[in-house]
Write a protein that binds this ligand. Sequence first.
Ligand SMILES: NC(=O)C1=CN([C@@H]2O[C@H](COP(=O)(O)OP(=O)(O)OC[C@H]3O[C@@H](n4cnc5c(N)ncnc54)[C@H](O)[C@@H]3O)[C@@H](O)[C@H]2O)C=CC1
Ligand SMILES: O=C([O-])CC(=O)C(=O)O
Length: 252
Amino acid sequence: MIKIGLLGCGNVGHIIATHAESIRVAAVFDILPGRAEELAALCHARPYTDFDAFMREDFSIVVEAASVDAVRIYGEAVLRSGRDIIVLSGGALADDEFREHLVEVAREAGKKIRIPSGAIIGLDNLKIGQVSPPSRLLLRTTKPPASLGMTAEARTEIFKGLAHDCIKQYPKNINVAVALGLAAGRDADVELWVDPAAERNIHEIFVEGDFGDIYVRVRNVPSPDNPATSYMAALSILTLLKNLENPLVVGT
Ligand SMILES: NC(=O)C1=CN([C@@H]2O[C@H](COP(=O)(O)OP(=O)(O)OC[C@H]3O[C@@H](n4cnc5c(N)ncnc54)[C@H](O)[C@@H]3O)[C@@H](O)[C@H]2O)C=CC1
Ligand SMILES: O=C([O-])CC(=O)C(=O)O
């Protein structure tokens, strides 16, 4: 059974730790001691607020469900320790210099940085963009204002531009846009909307290229403990972990 170290004991961390059937959570780490202790008790793991002590535990993969900052701070050390890392806060990799460095560290260490599909669908075949670049790649995200900690009387566009700029302003809400760009091989255009009538986190993906065109709409149920995060994001990590050792690989 795969043993994981969980980096981040918030909303997604809870869903992973309490729904893990094909994996064992060996250790959990959070900057907030109460969160680490509470989650560790729930999944019979060891709690840590000291990263070096966490890394001395016995696990082969780190699952990051914390923040863009956490990936920047701890990503390299995880890879250098000889573990793969699953990165949910993929927005950290929007920074070209940081991403190239982290990929080089992973290559040297013979380890992998895995970006799950998270709260969207379609990253698998969007990788065709690396062979035949899309002429259009747009993500239109609509969330309830509370997800972004704000109020709004009407549907309002709060950002329009490139994913690598959007993630700097909204690091907890638009990691999906960076993941789209990493899959397709070019930065995604982003429209971020708040809508007081929205009850779900809606991601609409528009792609055009030599292959034809795509429109995908994902209407995500917010997670129980963090409305900014769609429940699908946690399911996506659980699924990635469940399939890690499966010899049958489905999807591009
Ligand atoms: N790629 C995707 O599709 C999605 C990505 N996300 C991202 O996943 C991450 C986790 O989401 P949630 O669990 O809902 O967030 P959350 O806010 O509920 O939990 C995050 C936890 O990580 C801890 N943390 C943050 N920075 C840390 C650091 N530097 N060191 C140690 N602990 C740290 C916090 O104390 C908190 O307990 C967020 O960055 C979120 O933006 C969320 C949804 C979808
Ligand atoms: O959960 C979502 O809908 C998307 C999200 O927060 C992110 O990409 O950071």
